[in-house]
Design a protein around this ligand. Structure first.
Ligand SMILES: [Zn+2]
Length: 115
């Protein structure tokens, strides 16, 4: 089966326009219902921003900001910790993007430079 045939077969059940995108204000995946970004969304984002990882972090930071607002507005008691939300949106690409792994030495010099 070629890639095109696979896509056509899959499209019979799931329209191509239903991608793994966030459904606001719940921030669940429109396609699979997992907390966004789901695994498929992460793979798509990594591929889409392969050459511009800084843009990936900027866009996800915007999503994190919006998600905190949306989820807090829906139900302040179940937003979860700030650390969990940060890891959900910005922790995973740092683990997958080699260019953004900060060494201990670099982290110290950033702190020194900003103080
Ligand atoms: Zn999904």
């Amino acid at each position: 089966m070629t890639g095109q045939q696979r896509r056509l077969a899959a499209n019979r059940f799931a329209p191509a326009e239903v991608e793994h995108l966030p459904m606001r204000p719940l921030w669940l995946c429109r396609r699979c219902g997992q907390p966004w970004p789901c695994g498929a969304a992460k793979l798509a984002l990594l591929a889409e921003y392969r050459d511009v990882p800084v843009s990936l972090f900027l866009d996800l930071a915007g999503c994190l900001h919006d998600a905190i607002d949306d989820l807090h507005r829906l139900n302040p008691s179940v937003t979860g910790s700030a650390a969990d939300m940060f890891d959900r949106f910005l922790g995973w690409p740092a683990r997958h993007t080699h260019a953004y792994r900060i060494s201990a030495t670099t982290a110290v010099s950033i702190e020194e430079a900003s103080s």
